[in-house]
Write a protein that binds this ligand. Structure first.
Ligand code: ZN
Length: 93
C-alpha cells in the first residue's frame, strides 16, 4: 500500500509537525488540538532505499500493510544508482 510522510503546519498555533500515514489525510494538531489540518507537503515513502553496510537495500510497503508500512526487502544492490534503476524499472502505475 502507499505510505506517506505528511508535513503539517497548524493554522491556529503555527507550529509544525510530521506524521506517517497510509494516505495524505488531515491530522489533528498535537500542540493545540486544532482539527482537520491538511498536509502542506507529502513525501511518498511507499518505496525506500536504505544503506546497509556496503549495500543498498530496496524496500517496499506491501499491499497487505494497513497500520504500519511493514516494509519488505525487494532487492539489494552494491550501488545506489543500481538500486534506483531497479526501482524505476518496477514502477507500477
Ligand atoms: Zn496548533
Amino acid at each position: 500500500m502507499a505510505w506517506f510522510l505528511n508535513f503539517y503546519k497548524c493554522d491556529r498555533c503555527r507550529r509544525r509537525w510530521t506524521d506517517e500515514w497510509s494516505c495524505t489525510c488531515d491530522d489533528e494538531c498535537p500542540h493545540c488540538g486544532a482539527r482537520d489540518m491538511t498536509p502542506i507537503r507529502s513525501e511518498d515513502l511507499t518505496e525506500l532505499i536504505e544503506e546497509e553496510g556496503s549495500e543498498f537495500v530496496v524496500m517496499r510497503s506491501p499491499d497487505t500493510a494497513e497500520h504500519d508500512p511493514d516494509y519488505e526487502e525487494i532487492g539489494r544492490f552494491p550501488t545506489r544508482a543500481q538500486a534506483e534503476e531497479f526501482l524505476a524499472s518496477t514502477e507500477q502505475d
